[in-house]
Ligand binder design. Structure first.
Ligand code: ZN
Length: 154
């Protein structure tokens, strides 16, 4: 990362254009599988150049938190379905189109109606691309939900 005088940041590519396409495809596949350890494994597989170590560590710690929610949760979560949808970031890269994932699940250990109530939770990744090269990526923590996107597109 290069910081210029006016504090704008010129980021260098983390991957080549070809690797970028594959990387995003593989990351999205793991998201569809709600496999957050798989996401970390992809990071290890590609040698990401010029990566900001702090951002990298943040990404991994959130992946581990998500993994715990879905896979080590005392509520014994059972996933019903996963859908991807196009969304818009409303914070980190305001207005940018991003890919979000909506998961429907049930909590098997719930005291009332165990396993009968269907919940929904979503997550999204933001890939920043310049000249077809990945320059940054991370979790998007504020984006429009599927229903809100429908309203926007009407
Ligand atoms: Zn965002």
């Amino acid at each position: 990362m290069i910081r210029t005088k006016d504090h704008s940041v010129i980021k260098e590519g983390l991957l080549t254009a070809q690797e970028t396409q594959l990387f995003i495809k593989e990351m999205e596949e793991k998201c569809m599988e709600v496999d957050f350890i798989g996401l970390i494994e992809i990071l290890n597989k590609y040698s990401l150049k010029n990566i900001n170590q702090e951002d990298y560590n943040d990404f991994i710690s959130q992946a581990l938190k998500e993994h715990q929610f879905w896979h080590e949760n005392a509520m014994e979560i059972k996933i019903n379905s996963v859908q991807s949808f196009e969304s818009k970031c409303i914070a980190c890269s305001f207005g940018k189109t991003i890919k979000a994932f909506s998961v429907e699940f049930r909590k098997m250990n719930e005291t009332k109606l165990p396993g009968r109530i269907v919940y929904q939770k979503s997550f999204a990744l933001n890939f920043e691309i310049n000249n077809n090269e990945l320059i940054d990526f991370g979790w998007c923590n504020a984006f429009l939900e599927q229903e809100e996107m429908k309203v926007l597109l009407e």
